[in-house]
Design a protein around this ligand. Structure first.
Ligand code: FES
Ligand code: FES
Length: 154
């Protein structure tokens, strides 16, 4: 038995220690906002937060997540109170097909939590998730927008 704390709720699941955390999140527990892309830690579609650190859940075993706080896109904000990054994504109309976007938003939220006012270079260095639709310019603009909101600038 493995106990995972996801979005503030505790879940007990039957899982081998080496089951990818992504499998547990999506297939066992049912939070499907986190996506499977490459399965090799490359694309970032499966990004979640583990104790606040952006983490690729496809290459993280469930055993490494026990006792840590897991946040998925479903737990970042709520419909009543969106996370500033989610609001910036809507305002900037970032999404195309949307497949990569939850991972992108989780990466941006972790970046801004660590560094509320990143430089352009820091954004480019940290926002490395792939987007097959090529929304990179809008993603960059949305991160800037969320940073201005977070930093209280106009
Ligand atoms: S699915 Fe995890 S990095 Fe691509
Ligand atoms: S919006 Fe389609 S893959 Fe990024």
């Amino acid at each position: 038995m493995t106990t995972l704390l996801i979005n503030g709720e505790s879940h007990e699941i039957e899982a081998e220690d080496d089951m990818p955390l992504l499998w547990a999140i999506r297939d066992v527990i049912g939070y499907t906002g986190t996506k499977f892309g490459c399965g090799m830690g490359l694309c970032g579609a499966c990004s979640i937060h583990l104790d606040g650190q952006v983490t690729r859940s496809c290459i993280t075993p469930v055993s490494a997540a026990e006792g840590k706080a897991i946040t998925t896109i479903e737990g970042l904000g709520s419909e009543q109170s969106l996370h500033p990054v989610q609001q910036a994504w809507i305002d900037q109309e970032v999404s195309q097909c949307g497949y990569c976007q939850s991972g992108q938003i989780m990466a941006a939220a972790a970046l801004l939590a660590e560094n509320p006012n990143p430089s352009d270079e820091e954004i480019r260095a940290k926002m490395v998730n792939y987007c097959r639709c090529g929304t990179y310019q809008q993603i960059f603009a949305a991160v800037k927008r969320a940073a201005q909101h977070e930093g209280g600038q106009s």
